[in-house]
Ligand binder design. Structure first.
Ligand code: AMP
Length: 216
């Protein structure tokens, strides 16, 4: 049966960083809708063209486009035994579409990474992303050995346009209005586990593993 782990949390809470590590530890593919949109935009696909303005302004891409793109990705063979979702679902209708797709009784675990808003704003301002491998670093908390160069693959590090302070505020507002209700949605299903995300990445990782009851 397909095991699905959802990483929930505000933009900049550390979902991407933890997803990369958890996906290695658990052997589940890391599926990030944000990465999929950014790939489509950089490749100039039709989907990328339709999504671009939403990403740049910090708004959510419409549910139908997002759900189709996600299901297209999760129907590939590497997701047959399970996958780790980073940035999906972000709305109740997306969660409902996923629930229908998985059916009753599918093993679903939601890790809700909690970080206060003021820390999110500080973190996002220094976040660096690798163009090649998607590795996430930070100007202060995990500075690259060589400026602008990814420690993991030597690819080019860049700052996301939507990590500018005004866009981060917009994304936080969108998160509270549209995504935070999922904590209650999954809480009602008894599958939502809280992890304190306001710690060093290693400690958050240990917290995620402990919540999943996996040995480090
Ligand atoms: P992320 O990399 O997860 O922070 O996502 C970056 C941007 O991609 C978001 O601000 C949205 O514009 C878009 N996006 C990512 N995932 C979703 C989703 N599940 N639903 C709608 N829009 C999304």
């Amino acid at each position: 049966m397909t095991r699905v782990i959802i990483l929930l949390g505000a933009p900049g809470a550390g979902k991407g960083t933890q997803a990369v590590r958890l996906s290695q530890a658990l052997g589940l593919p890391h599926v990030s809708t944000g990465d999929l949109f950014r790939e489509n935009i950089s490749q100039g696909t039709e989907l990328g063209g339709r999504a671009k303005a939403y990403l740049e302004s910090g708004q959510l891409v419409p549910d139908d486009l997002t759900v189709d793109m996600l299901f297209d990705r999760t129907s590939r063979p590497d997701c047959a035994d399970g996958y780790m979702l980073d940035g999906f679902p972000r709305t109740v209708p997306q969660a409902e579409a996923l629930g229908e797709r998985l059916g009753d009784g599918a093993p679903l675990t939601v890790l809700n990474i909690e970080v206060p808003d003021d820390i999110i704003v500080e973190r996002s301002a220094g976040r660096l992303l690798c163009r090649e491998c998607g590795n996430i670093q930070h100007k202060s908390f995990s500075p690259p050995a060589q400026e602008g160069v990814c420690d993991a693959c030597s690819g080019e590090l860049y700052q996301r346009k939507d990590d500018q302070p005004e866009v981060v505020q917009e994304r936080l507002g969108v998160y509270h209005a549209q995504t935070e209700p999922l904590v209650g949605h999954y809480g009602d299903q008894g599958v939502c586990l809280s992890v304190d995300g306001n710690r060093a990445p290693d400690e958050v990782f240990a917290g995620c593993l402990a919540s999943l009851e996996v040995e480090a």
